[in-house]
Design a protein around this ligand. Sequence first.
Ligand SMILES: Nc1ncnc2c1ncn2[C@@H]1O[C@H](COP(=O)(O)OP(=O)(O)OP(=O)(O)O)[C@@H](O)[C@H]1O
Ligand SMILES: [Mg+2]
Length: 270
Amino acid sequence: MLNERFPILSGKGVTKIFGLGRQKTVAVDHVDFNFYAGEIISIVGESGSGKTTLAKMLLGLISHTEGDIFYHEKKRDISSQKKKQEYWKGIQAIFQDPFSSYNIFNKIDSVLLDCIYMRGGRGLPHAKKVELMTEACSFVNLKFEELTNKYPFELSGGQMQRLMIARIFLLKPKILLADEPTSMIDASSRATILDYLLKLRSETGMTTIFITHDIGLAYYVSDTVYIMERGKFVEHGSADEVILTPRNEYTKRLISDVPKIYEEWDLSTV
Ligand SMILES: Nc1ncnc2c1ncn2[C@@H]1O[C@H](COP(=O)(O)OP(=O)(O)OP(=O)(O)O)[C@@H](O)[C@H]1O
Ligand SMILES: [Mg+2]
């Protein structure tokens, strides 16, 4: 699919320490990584291993205490608001809690219109904007006509999740970071979201960083897997390497917790 393999996002010694002295938590501890363009990369680890903290640093929502992050093989510079805005055209996130992703006072048309504006489409004719929004909604099986004039809180949880994917469809970032919804979402809408993520990747070639507890799911969706334990990457490689021939004890333990990892997921029955 890709003729050129290059790391779109990398890190060297990336570290996050919260607090000071005895209150200090080393949430992410000197991690090195190369996330290649067009791949689906999973970051797998137990609760508290530092996944969301790493995600927030990658997004530039919090600063890192030590180390360097590289974007398109250059040291990332988000030192001004303008540079940050530019960076966020390239990297977008889907978070665990869909409610936190929307300004509840904005109607759905304006949520979607904002995406068009972010991509420089402010001057497009109205009909073209409606066409783009309709296309994005139908990508996730939503009907734009039925959503217009509604507020995000008037949608069901599943519709809201799909609206998040529709936003990504419009924004077309180079990198999508998905912090896996766990408790928020039932198994079948989870499978639907995953299918949309896979479809987005195959249509747009977008690099996807997928954060999860679930090593079985990581095996199902990803090209490359990174295993995180207490702030460190303890193992990484292709999904087959890491999951079929794990070398690390922690990885082996995560795998042994999953009863049927070798079986392909049948999403139709979830
Ligand atoms: N703002 C903060 N201040 C202090 N400590 C924090 C902060 N955010 C996270 N931590 C700590 O950093 C560690 C890693 O947390 P993080 O949220 O990154 O874990 P996680 O892997 O995303 O867990 P989960 O799978 O439960 O979402 C935890 O010990 C957590 O308590
Ligand atoms: Mg988390």
